[in-house]
Design a protein around this ligand. Structure first.
Ligand code: CA
Length: 137
């Protein structure tokens, strides 16, 4: 069994319910890898394959964290983030934008749309977990 994800913040004394991560990513291999790496570290993972579905799952699945690819079919990750943030019940969900290395021009847009952080792929998962530990309430 995978170990429970331990928060490195002040909440670490609480019995840790596994945090739920919504991965919004259109590329299947990347989704698979992200699920594998996140589950290994004790997270629960829900996957969405495009921006529209990401917005829908954000509302229905109530994840703690959303890993939002920017380059997505239908609506992109920037628009999806805007729509998620427009719902007042989802203002506090942690959203981390992910882009390919050559797409760094989206950084400012992603942050303006409401992303809490911005990472380029390939993802360094230990670094990501460390970042989440610092960003989570
Ligand atoms: Ca993509």
């Amino acid at each position: 069994m995978s170990q429970e994800t331990s928060r490195t913040t002040a909440n670490s004394h609480e019995p840790a319910a596994p945090l739920k991560v919504l991965v919004v990513e259109d590329f299947e291999d990347t989704r698979f890898l992200m699920r594998l790496e996140l589950e290994k570290r004790g997270f629960r993972v829900v996957e969405a394959t495009d921006g529209e579905q990401g917005v829908g799952y954000a509302a229905s699945e109530r994840p703690d964290i959303i890993l939002m690819d920017i380059g997505l079919p239908q609506i992109d990750g920037i628009e999806a983030t805007r729509r998620i943030r427009a719902d007042s019940s989802m203002r506090d969900v942690l959203i981390v934008a992910l882009t390919a290395h050559h797409e760094t021009e989206y950084r400012a847009q992603a942050l303006a749309a409401g992303c809490d952080a911005y990472l380029t792929k390939p993802v360094d998962f230990d670094w990501l977990i460390d970042l989440l530990g610092r960003l989570l309430p």
